[in-house]
Design a protein. Structure first.
Length: 639
């Protein structure tokens, strides 16, 4: 099973990168066949002068005569794997301005090993994709034609689902294509072609609710015979491709600073089942317009026009997801849930904490890093963030806490006192960052310390009993000051607050807490830092944080979108073709895709005699490019 997953990932990732279709399913339908097409950078929609017209533009069948067959076999993506093969066979029969035909696409993903949930091998199976297409083209007049394709495609990833999954690991779907071809010029030596392919319903495997849109693509271009004499002719081709799939990530469409009703989709499902549970306070079912702010895609018939608008006109500020890798302290990931339901709400704070030596390798946040601290309205009462009011003795050790209270709805007047500046000098509010993962009852129950050690002094409940602060929050500038390690106070997680539990370093060399847990040779360092409270603000306030917890700037992220971005997502194909008589041809091409970072030259050649044609195409590029070094061979027969 692992082998087939790897191959499917390679196929989907590579084609998605090439066509910018990571949001669509069945992307293999966009792999362009034919060695001649590869030689001209895949620019073919306005030419369509052989049996490959059944793929590139079925309207071209109306301008053919007789029967034509085309065959191709390719080792696809040889830079990445050696056993994915792409096969294509097409047939056409045209007479008197009407043409019929079709083609078969088959992708062999090879033989896979079937295993059960324990990894025991249970035999082998074949994985593959196959598409059967019927084509029709007819002339509208002597210089123009229309064409249609109808296709059924089947994808088989495995024989069975994994344990716990419903549904089936294969799907059968249908789609259709429409096309147009117009010839012009004194001798009809130029042409314009248009194809909209793979129009159809979403593609689903195991979960129909997570179905992906079909890879509907619009291909349009021109073909021109630039020069011709008795023996030579030179041809130019240009295609442009626009994916007609309109998908939307989570965005703030109405500018209120939240996604939907302010709850994630997962929270909405939980609250819909049990509105009285923790975390559902203030929950209401999202309206239709609020649902539009969650990730979704338009229906195929809407995407024909909305795909030209979704990246610049529709939507608003983006709600960014957690990155694949993020700053962490040892094996403790720093961050909240994978995605919240608000725009921004976090401000950057310079942060530094290091454990010296090898007592606790991997723990630490190097100096110069930034963490992102919440300042959105109501965050202290949020289930993911704890804020604590502290009061030290007026006389004596400044770190000798005589009062520590978790801020709740019953004592949130402390927040008002901070806001109006009425807290005394020995009082403060701290944010217990959830970055350290210690603020949970389950941690205490599973900790080597034991639950009793986790319960802190005074009015602390479960949680880490640590305080650390960036040097005082500057009320005059509404910002946190820059810092280095020696600006932090650290305490241990045993819940003791007397000064003997701290090691304070002026130079940062020993900036860790030396708790007395364990023998001298078995010291355990569980030191985590908290940050000074900096107020709470509404989305409209200038002080409101523009970032999310992972450092993505969300507030204002939708301001710089423009229509020209749509053209950057398109793929462009250029080709030149030189024929010597009707028997020998040389080809050059270029594939350009900004979004997929594909900039690949191509070249090819062909020999044609007595109705038989043999063509070769090659995609060049760096060895790191998945499609580079791919050779195409195809055979064409005019019967």
């Amino acid at each position: 099973m692992k082998n087939i997953i790897n191959k499917i990932f390679i196929l989907i990732f590579t084609v998605s990168s090439l066509f910018g279709v990571s949001e669509a399913g069945a992307v293999w339908l966009l792999i362009n066949p034919g060695a001649a097409a590869q030689g001209t950078g895949e620019a073919q929609v306005a030419r369509a002068s052989d049996a490959y017209a059944t793929y590139y533009n079925p309207a071209g069948l109306a301008f053919l005569n007789g029967q034509n067959v085309a065959l191709q076999h390719v080792n696809w993506l040889p830079n990445l794997t050696s056993d994915i093969f792409y096969d294509f066979i097409s047939f056409s029969n045209s007479r008197n301005g009407v043409g019929f035909g079709g083609h078969i696409i088959y992708i062999n993903l090879g033989e896979q090993t079937k295993t059960n949930e324990t990894g025991q091998e249970l035999g082998t199976f074949q994985s593959y994709d196959i598409c059967l297409t019927g084509s029709y083209g007819t002339k509208l007049n002597s210089s123009s034609a229309v064409g249609f394709n109808f296709k059924i495609y089947h994808q088989k990833l495995a024989e069975d689902t994994t344990v716990g999954e419903a549904g089936k690991p294969y799907s059968t779907d249908a789609a259709f294509d429409i096309s147009y071809l117009k010839k012009f010029g004194k001798s009809l030596q130029h042409s314009f072609g248009l194809l909209v392919q793979n129009i159809g319903p979403p593609v689903a495997f195991i979960d129909a609710e997570q179905a992906d849109p079909a890879p509907t693509n619009m291909k349009f271009g021109i073909y021109s015979r630039l020069y011709q004499d008795d023996n030579n002719s030179l041809h130019f081709m240009f295609d442009a491709n626009k994916l007609l799939v309109a998908t939307y990530t989570e965005m703030d469409w109405n500018g209120d600073g939240k996604i939907g009703n302010g709850f994630t989709e997962e929270q909405n499902e939980e609250c819909r089942l049990n509105p009285s549970q923790d975390g559902c306070h203030g929950w209401t079912s999202p309206s239709s317009s609020e649902n539009d702010e969650y990730a979704h895609s338009d229906e195929w018939y809407q995407s024909v026009y909305t795909s030209w608008l979704n990246d610049w006109y529709y939507g608003g500020d983006y709600n960014k997801s957690k990155p694949g890798s993020f700053l962490s302290a040892g094996d403790i990931d720093i961050g909240y849930s994978d995605k919240d339901a608000r725009i921004g709400g976090f401000v950057p704070v310079p942060f530094a904490f290091e454990v010296p030596g090898n007592q606790f390798p991997g723990i630490g946040i190097p100096g110069g890093e930034e963490i992102f601290v919440p300042n959105y309205d109501g965050f202290c009462l949020d289930t993911e963030v704890d804020c604590y009011f502290t009061q030290t003795a007026v006389e004596g050790d400044p770190f000798d806490y005589e009062l520590v209270e978790l801020i709740t709805e019953q004592n949130d007047s402390y927040l008002d006192q901070w806001q109006n500046g009425s807290l005394s000098e020995n009082q403060n509010i701290w944010i217990d960052l959830p970055h350290d993962g210690l603020n949970t009852e389950s941690f205490c129950e599973n900790s080597d310390l034991g639950q009793d050690a986790c319960i802190a002094a005074n009015q602390w409940t479960y949680g880490d009993t640590n305080f650390g602060g960036v040097s005082e929050y500057d009320r005059s500038t509404n910002s946190y000051a820059s810092s280095s390690i020696n600006q932090y106070l650290v305490s241990n997680s045993l819940g003791t607050y007397n000064s003997e539990t701290f090691i304070w370093s002026e130079d940062g060399a020993n900036a860790y807490c030396d708790n007395s847990w364990g023998t001298q040779d078995e010291k355990h360092y569980l030191c985590y830092l908290d940050v000074a409270y900096g107020g709470e603000y509404s989305f409209a306030d200038n002080e409101y944080g523009a970032y999310n917890v992972w450092g993505y700037r969300e507030k204002g992220s939708g301001d710089n979108r423009k229509f020209s971005d749509e053209f950057k997502e398109m793929i462009y194909n250029l080709g030149l073709e030189w024929w010597y008589t009707d028997n020998f041809v040389m080809r050059l091409g270029y594939i350009h895709d900004d979004e997929g970072e594909v900039k690949q030259p191509t070249f090819g050649a062909g020999v044609h005699f007595d109705g038989y044609g043999f063509d070769f195409g090659y995609t060049a590029g760096a060895d790191t490019d998945a499609r580079s070094n791919t050779m195409f061979f195809s055979l064409a027969l005019n019967l």
